[in-house]
Design a protein around this ligand. Structure first.
Ligand code: SAM
Length: 279
């Protein structure tokens, strides 16, 4: 039985199992094990954690996570063609890798993960944002995970870590930064992947804060932010008119100039506005 470090190169695994990349499944594989080890390191100390990996594919990142000492990896893969390759990895790390065949958007993970849980993935781009938004909006906070270490197209990564006043400041940045610390930890050119995607990518690391930075009702905050950024060129008194007839009073109470635009308003002010509306 091979150990993780003795498994064959990923190119060989892909050839042997006929894993030609499918665009419909967002398959852009990482074949450089130094790189997957680096991404695993960015996820922090995994030795006491269960790691949820979405879309392991041929298993490059899975190997990195196991080699860096993850207590247990639960990997959810939709493409059944990848399962034999993943089972070879499971054999090389007895008892430490559980492979679940299924769609990450609908699979039931209850019973598979023991806290603390960290999520790490080179996400299929077509469902990356949807998964992130789900992880960021659980019914209760703190969520079931401690941290997320995720690959995104560079532009999406910039929308997650943007600061107020910057071009990409918007709903995703507010959603992420209200209850998490978010930063880009690695930038990757298209050539890092096989096949190369059209755009560059970045790994974003998000750590869940024990509580939100500023108090606010999540539903009200989400409504205000959505309305403000749906019409980001408009003054807030116009873009938020549909939220409340007396919106100008609430803006004043939150210390926001009603002629300002959403893109210039920071998290603190948005939360103050949500609190005023809740009263
Ligand atoms: N982790 C591998 C790597 O880094 O080389 C593969 C990453 S590739 C960008 C995305 C992977 O997600 C593919 O293996 C694909 O089959 C899988 N995938 C796509 N849609 C999925 C879904 N809805 N649920 C689970 N896995 C999915």
């Amino acid at each position: 039985m091979a150990r993780i470090d003795d498994l064959p190169p990923l190119r060989e695994v892909i050839a042997r199992h006929g894993l030609s990349a499918r665009k419909s499944l967002g398959q852009n594989f990482l074949l450089d094990l130094n790189l997957t080890a680096k991404i695993a390191r960015a996820a922090g100390d995994l030795t006491q954690a269960d790691v949820l990996e979405i879309g392991p594919g041929p298993g490059g990142l899975t190997r990195g996570l196991l080699a860096s000492g993850a207590r247990h990896v639960v990997a959810v893969e939709k493409d059944a063609r990848c399962l034999p390759a993943l089972h070879e990895i499971a054999e090389a790390a007895p008892g430490r890798l559980t492979v679940i065949e299924g769609d990450a958007l609908s699979v039931d993970l209850a019973g598979h993960l023991t806290p603390p849980v960290k999520i790490a993935a080179n996400l299929p781009y077509n469902i990356g944002t949807e998964l992130l938004v789900r992880w960021l909006t659980p019914p209760d906070w703190p969520p079931f995970w401690d941290s997320l270490t995720l690959m995104f197209q560079r532009e999406v990564a910039e929308r997650i870590v943007a600061r107020p006043g910057e071009k990409h400041w918007g709903r995703l940045a507010i959603l992420a930064q209200w209850r998490c610390e978010a930063r880009i930890v690695l930038d990757l050119p298209p050539q890092a992947f096989t096949p190369p995607p059209k755009v560059s990518s970045s790994v974003v690391h998000l750590t869940a804060l024990p509580a939100p930075r500023y108090p606010a009702d999540p539903a009200i905050l989400s409504r205000v932010v959505a309305a403000g950024f749906n019409q980001r060129r408009k003054m807030l008194r116009a873009s938020l008119r549909g939220i409340a007839p007396d919106i100008e009073d609430h803006l004043a109470e939150a210390g926001i100039d009603p002629t300002d635009r959403a893109e210039r308003i920071d998290l603190d002010r948005f939360c103050a506005l949500a609190r005023s509306l809740a009263r």
